[in-house]
Structures are given as C-alpha cells and as structure tokens.
Design a protein around this ligand. Structure first.
Ligand code: ADP
Length: 419
C-alpha cells in the first residue's frame, strides 16, 4: 500500500486545489480527492488533500465529514493532519472552523494546534491577531457583507474563541519574526497558560518559512493554504520539478466557461480576439427546451482537430442580472451549470483530453459529470491554478479548474501552450 506523509482536509473544492498547488510548488507530489475516497490510495505520493464542501453546512455535519476524512487519511499513513480553510477565515459564529478543529484535536489526542489564514502571496496577512485583506482589515474588505459567512470582526483570537471551548491565544509577530525556536518557546509558554489553539501572525513568506520548522511533529495544523509552503522541509522534501510532473498530454483541446467574473469575461474576449472558434450559450434557449448541448457539440466536432475551441455562458453583470430576474438566481445557475457540464462530458467523449474549465461552481459540476474522483496536481499555470491529471469516465484527462477571478487575460490559450 502507498503511504502518505501529509494528510489534508479542505472545507471547499477550489480551496483544496489552492492548497495542493502550494504543496506541489514546495516539492510534495500531491493528490486531491473529491470527497472521502472509498478505497485506499493506489499512488505513490507525499500529500493528499481531501476536498469536502463543509464550509457552510451545519457544524455537526462538517465535524462528521471531517472525522471521516481523518480516518481515511490515517489509514493511508498520514503523519501530520492539515485542516485547510479560507484565507478570509470564512465562518459563522457557530463554526465551522472551531468545531472541526476541536473534533480533529479530540480524535488525534492533540492538546495544542495553531490557526492562521495568513497567505502573503494573496495579500492576506495577520498582525497582532488581526487579519488584513490587502491594505484593509477583514471587516472593511467586503467580507462583512458576505451572504453566507459575514466577517464583522477582524480579530481572529476573538473570532476563534467564539467557536471554541478551548482557550485561544496568540503567537504574535515578535516570536514569528525572530525564529522557529522563538515560536516553539512561545508555544510552550501558551501551553502553561492552558491555551489549546493559537492564532499565528505572519505577513511575509519568510514568516511562514520560519514557522514551518516549529510545526514539525505537531499532530494537527489548521490554516489557509499559506502555511503549506513551510511544511515539506520537515519531511526532508525540497522544491523540485518532479513534484509537478504529470503524464504526457495528448488529445484534443477545449475550454468550457460558466464563470461570469470580470477576469473570465476578459479571458473569453481575449480568446475570441485570438481568432479561435467560440460559441456562446444562451440561458434563455436552455430554458426554452432547445437542444443546446447537442447543438454545441455538433458545432464543436468538426473544429476540434484544428486546435482549442471555447463554449461559454460567460456574460457581463447586466446580462446575468437580467437572466436571473427572468429565471431566478439559483435556477439559472443550476441550469447553466448542468448544461456546461454536459457539454464538457460530450467534448471529452469526442476525444478532448486537455480541458480548461472556468468557474468554481461550474468546475464542481464538470468534475461530477466527468466522474472524476481524484486528481494529481501538476504545474501551475497562474497563481492558484495548476494543471491536473485525472481518470475520468472516458479515460485519461488533463484538466484545469480556474476559479472566477484567477488567471491572466490570455489564460485560455496560454494554458495549452504550457502542457
Ligand atoms: P465563479 O468562479 O466566477 O464564481 P461559478 O461557476 O462559481 O464562477 O459561478 C457562476 C455561476 O453563474 C454558475 O452558477 C453559472 O451556472 C452561472 N451562470 C453562468 N453563466 C450565466 C449567465 N449567462 N446567466 C446567469 N447565470 C450564469
């Protein structure tokens, strides 16, 4: 049986890819699974990230799913567990970061862990326990208005304490800026004060790299994806090109996009401007019962041999709002997701083996339609977006899942050049 070093549990899908991407860049061969696998790991890799969708579900369900993931990771030999959440610490007053952290600590018999969403590469920094997003505090960043997890308090010691029975403390910048030994001394000091969970300050990658050695042997680490850059060295692993090596790519190329984010709108425009074939999907036509999937596949079939094609529902805010007011927000979203996913499946059935998917929710729908249960993480195309290799319903597939606002304007053509 294969054995893994680091076992990770992520509370959402694109967050799992973000963590896996950082681990690969730090030298770990990494696999991401969609949910908790029912079978043992059959690949020789260093880290596994189990992607859950537990960020905003009931705390008891999030705990149950996380514990199931923990048991599977332990059965694969994981030596350290990493609970990954969002770099804006997305949670409600009840959780789920606190309850899941405590349940994992209980199950592991751990009396101390850290918590920090710091991710300087993405402009998330923690100072004196306060979380900054870019130049402003969390509660001024827009996150105070988030529909599901409004973040009204930037002080993470208070936020975590509100969700936790254990005492919450702070490993502040004076220790983190100094050395791993200073962090270890601070941890020992906090433990004598009865602290079970400590928020950690970090404003640069150097801080995270100094933090890494202080976490060696800690049964549980909880963090955003940033802390991952300092952990592989604890297992004697250095950054290497081998970590991101994927099997050779072959086959036809396509892009499907259901993201309406600003970056994706620019990427669609750039792809069309490059002269490549592109076909828009009209949600009103889907609603009318037309065979939108069949028509798109018939359009794509003769073009695929000449290079990548794009099928997109991507639209500007005004047009999306108008569709939503006619069809309903959720109904429009689900209907378009189903359609794009069916087109992705049809394209792969017709020989596409290099597929770019744009949109977080859209990615979830496509992965499901393609019956993908695990992905090996490869080289980064743009920050947070790696190529992946997966077994799908129709065989081997190279796939990249781009969440809305990631990627440069030429992403849809650049991605294929990189493979
Ligand atoms: P992002 O990562 O940019 O947020 P998602 O795929 O997560 O992208 O979300 C986009 C949502 O918008 C999906 O539910 C998708 O089905 C929906 N959608 C896509 N195109 C349209 C459109 N033209 N009109 C209305 N909704 C759309």
């Amino acid at each position: 049986m294969a054995s893994t070093l680091l076992g990770c549990i992520a509370d959402d899908f694109t967050g799992a890819t973000d963590l896996a991407n950082n681990l690969v860049r730090a030298g770990m061969r990494t696999m991401q699974t969609i949910g908790v696998p029912q079978t043992p790991l059959d690949a020789d890799i260093d880290a596994v990230v189990v992607a859950l969708k537990s960020r905003t579900i009931a705390p008891a369900d999030a705990v149950a799913q996380s514990l199931e993931a923990l048991r599977w990771l332990q059965a694969q030999g994981a030596q350290q567990i990493y609970f990954k959440y969002c770099s804006t610490f997305d949670s409600t007053a009840q959780g789920n970061i606190g309850p899941v952290t405590e349940a994992l600590m209980d199950a592991l018999g751990a009396d101390f862990t850290i918590a920090t969403p710091a991710f300087p590469d993405n402009k998330r920094s923690v100072f004196k326990g306060y979380l900054f997003v870019g130049d402003v505090l969390l509660n001024e960043s827009g996150m105070q208005n988030h529909p599901l997890t409004p973040m009204g308090d930037p002080n993470l010691v208070r936020v975590m304490q509100a969700q936790t029975r254990r005492k919450v403390g702070l490993i502040d910048y004076s220790a983190v800026a100094q050395s791993a030994d200073a962090v270890k001394s601070r941890i020992a000091e906090l433990q004598t004060q009865g602290v079970g969970v400590a928020i950690v300050d970090a404003v640069t990658n150097d801080d995270l790299l100094r933090l890494g050695p202080a976490l060696k042997g800690m049964a549980l680490v909880t963090a955003g994806s940033g802390v991952a850059i300092g952990l592989p060295q604890n297992f004697g692993i250095e950054p290497s090109l081998q970590a991101s090596a994927l099997p050779r790519a072959a086959g036809l190329q396509a892009v499907v996009s259901g993201s309406c984010s600003m970056a994706t709108n620019r990427q669609v425009a750039a792809f069309i401007a490059s002269g490549r074939p592109a076909r828009a999907i009209d949600p009103m036509q889907i609603a009318s019962g037309a065979d939108v999937v069949g028509d798109a596949l018939a359009w794509a079939a003769p073009l695929l041999a000449d290079g990548p094609v794009l099928v997109y529902s991507t639209a500007e805010t005004g047009s999306v709002k108008s569709i939503q007011s006619r069809l309903g927000v959720e109904e429009a979203g689900a209907m378009v997701e189903r359609t794009i996913a069916a087109i992705a499946r049809g394209l792969v059935e017709r020989g596409v083996r290099q597929l770019v998917v744009a949109g977080g929710e859209t990615s979830g729908a496509c992965v499901q339609a393609l019956e993908i249960s695990r992905m090996q993480i490869g080289p980064q195309i743009d920050p947070g977006v790696p190529w992946c290799h997966a077994q799908c319903a129709f065989g081997d597939l190279h796939i990249t899942l781009k969440s809305g606002n990631f990627g440069t304007d030429d992403f849809f053509t650049k991605a294929f050049r990189q493979l």
